[in-house]
Design a protein around this ligand. Structure first.
Ligand code: FPP
Length: 237
């Protein structure tokens, strides 16, 4: 029997640069086309039973790109966050972020806080934007918080379980993704949801992110539904 539709899908939106290059456009146009592709996709995902979408918008490693590209990406994010604020009532998305946003500009942090607060009144799809996010960084930040709680006698070392540790991660309020999609033909996970992806199914698409459509996501979901998930066990018990 085919499995149910995944409740949480995480996406590595890769290939914006190559999309722009193929069209002899500046890289920032590729990122803009990528942000538009996301908005278009979310409109259709809203109508499905999918409850959570996590997107990798800016990684802890992306700071290594040249300053112009980082600046362009930050400007683009600010612009799109502004749009999501304006359209909040109409799109019904509940939006938050994962990652350490404390290093982003004050401006962007304020906009994000505003968007989170505003969209928390909505009832639709939950969109988690990974911003200055790295799976290893998230784990280290969680370990530090656990260490403080041990030091202050709030928890005992013997009580540290997988569930307890998960409750220190940025994703503590929702389930792990059943499906992770990466576009542009790259077969890596690039420090995305390192802890949370332990049992996720992966789907790799050759499409460049700006070309990725809802129909492509449906293909990924179909492939996921045909796979067996055993969590290390056997299907016959
Ligand atoms: C990877 O493509 C993509 C990024 C580093 C940025 C992704 C960001 C967006 C699509 C904007 C999202 C907007 C919102 C509001 C969440 P790449 O540049 O590495 O592509 P390449 O490998 O072809 O160069």
């Amino acid at each position: 029997m085919d499995r149910a539709i995944p409740k949480h899908i995480a996406i590595i939106m890769d290939g914006n640069g190559r999309w722009a290059k193929k069209r002899l456009l500046p890289k920032k146009m590729g990122h803009k086309a990528g942000a538009d592709a996301l908005k278009k996709l979310l409109k259709k995902v809203e109508k499905t039973d999918i409850e959570h979408i996590t997107v990798y918008a800016f990684s802890t490693e992306n700071w290594k790109r040249d300053k112009q590209e980082v600046d362009d990406l930050m400007k683009l994010l600010k612009d799109y966050i502004g749009q999501y604020i304006k359209e909040s009532e109409e799109n019904n998305l509940i939006i938050d972020t994962i990652g350490d946003i404390s290093v982003l500009s004050k401006d962007l942090q304020e906009d994000l806080a505003h968007l989170k607060e505003l969209s928390s009144k909505n009832t639709g799809l939950k969109l988690h934007i990974a911003l200055n996010y790295g799976g290893r960084d998230e784990i280290i930040r969680a370990i530090k918080k656990v260490a403080i709680d041990v030091k202050e006698n709030n928890i005992e070392i013997d009580n540290i379980t997988e569930d307890l540790f998960s409750s220190y991660l940025d994703t503590k309020e929702y389930q792990d993704p059943e499906l992770i999609v990466r576009t542009s033909g790259e077969l890596r996970t690039s420090n995305f949801l390192v802890w949370q992806s332990a049992y996720s199914e992966f789907y790799f698409s050759d499409k460049l992110w700006p070309d990725f459509t809802f129909e492509d996501l449906e293909k990924a979901i179909n492939a996921y539904q045909k796979r067996e998930r055993r969590f290390g066990g056997r299907l016959d018990g």
